[in-house]
Design a protein around this ligand. Sequence first.
Ligand code: K7E
Ligand code: CUA
Ligand code: CA
Length: 626
Amino acid sequence: MKIDPNDKQVSEHVRMSRRMFLGSSAALAGAAATGVGVGGSLLAPTALASTATGQVAPGELDEYYGFWSGGHSGEVRILGVPSMRELMRIPVFNTCSATGWGITNESKEVLGHTAFLNGDSHHPRMSFTDGKYDGKYVFINDKANTRVARIRCDIMKTDKITTVPNVQAIHGLRLQKVPFTKYVFANAEMIIPQPNDGRDMEDIGKYRTMFNAIDAETMEVAWQVIVDGNLDNCDADYSGKYAFSTCYNSEGGVYLTDMMRNERDHVVVFNIERIEAAVKAGKFIHLGDAKVPVLDGTKGSELTAYIPVPKNPHGMNTAPDGRYAVAAGKLSPTVTVLDLHKFDDLFNGKLSDPRGVVAAEVELGLGPLHTAFDGRGNAYTTLFIDSQIVKWDIDKAIKAYQGEKVDYILQKLDVQYQPGHNHTTMGETSEADGKYLVSLCKFSKDRFLPCGPLHAENDQLIDISGDEMKLLHDGPTFAEPHDCMIVHRSKMKPLKIWKRDDPFFASTKAMADKDGITLESDNKIIREGNKVRVYMTSVAPNFGLTEFKVKQGDEVTVTITNLDTIEDVTHGFCMVNHGVSMEISPQQTASVTFVADKPGVQWYYCNWFCHALHMEMSGRMLVEPA
Ligand code: K7E
Ligand code: CUA
Ligand code: CA
């Protein structure tokens, strides 16, 4: 028996539920639009409710988008803040069977066909214009395979991935803030022989790593600077002149005990103007096959300055006032406050000792890792060993360092347990608003129902709008969000439906053009030797082709264009027993290539719930035996 998708009863039911669904989202959009006019951009009722509880009522929208790294899951996740609801996952350095990331041709083009699919993402950062988030891109590093990826914020898909040559393990990643994000700054962490071709493996004293600048638009590596020591975290200033990185291994050791020997390691400052001038003047070398200019920034170079700071420093965070940056001591209970307004003097000969830029070096507690800011002159530093967030006053810390008797520590809040990064709403921009702080705790221990030996982490939401920090919410997260960034929703303009001319599937469209196919209407099969290209459309609940014939051993490319124009009606394509599945969202084209290696009837079906007849949205690949 055939079910008629145009059956009146069925379609009436679907129309009804769509209308209800669209009706409610339209109301929300309306409410949001009204809110925009009221003193900034928040929904007044949401703001009141969330300030009190951190909760967002069902049907209400969050005030902030949070971008979380997925650590060694390799992805990026979007959380709503303050609800801490997980809104979306963006596969980056991993495979995803729901969306087909790592499986579809479009994603393989981004990943490169030979790319590793295990990643270790740490630091998601949004592009800037004039020190403010511009809603365009989010960049993220992959420590595991020395890559940097870019996510387009209109479609929330990864659109470029760059492997950085000559180095190993990209860790710290921050962006140029001013005048705009021209460069993505990426620290390579591990020291290796240069060149690393097997020659000098035992000569540890010659191991070096590099600071890397990637062009944010082309995603090509613009230049690399060789440094002394290794590189951990980095940040940039609000003048656009400097970037700076912590180094925990100034010893140049390869064993842990060696890396802990010195009482002070350093922060290395990169002079962007001078580096650009040196590149222009041809003062660089090439290493191996890479065409990237490699410059010498080791001690004594005019491109860099080395500021000694205690001990195995980790976090490097610029305050929103543009005046100070904080290096967290990790193995020292101190943080070092650097005066960015004195950084010119590191390069013009006015300072005999680079420590002259240290504005304060004060004790906070055990294991300081990362610092966040509220835009009101306060800093919030995670204390890994003490399992606390310490709130401190930057100006008072400077006075205390100068010998005045002032208490710069305002509050210590226990968190559960052992925080790594923390992040405030808009806190890494000149628009820091001091509303919420998220503490990314590395251990959850007893905070959640036990789920076996492997534990979730615990991201805790803290209200910092008042004088006192108040814990609002525990949020379990799977391995391992090192870091997050939180951006006000007024900065974001994601698409709800794909545009037909999106460059994300331009190559697929070019292939169709060559085959004389119009993706928006054709349901056709093109054969070229043993390569078969199957083009079809989809409209809920039908594939344009309910069957197609191939021969065993054919290489089959299935390209599907989703003609639905209704928000949220995504289809899927899964070929049973072939490891093939993918997402096709409204107005998207997606394609996948596989070998039809099994004879007989092979069913395919839609695996994204799209319609009352979603189960029936299927078809047969008929494979003639070889
Ligand atoms: Cu885990 Cu930013 Cu990679 Cu600190 S890093 S904790
Ligand atoms: Cu189409 Cu489910
Ligand atoms: Ca050290």
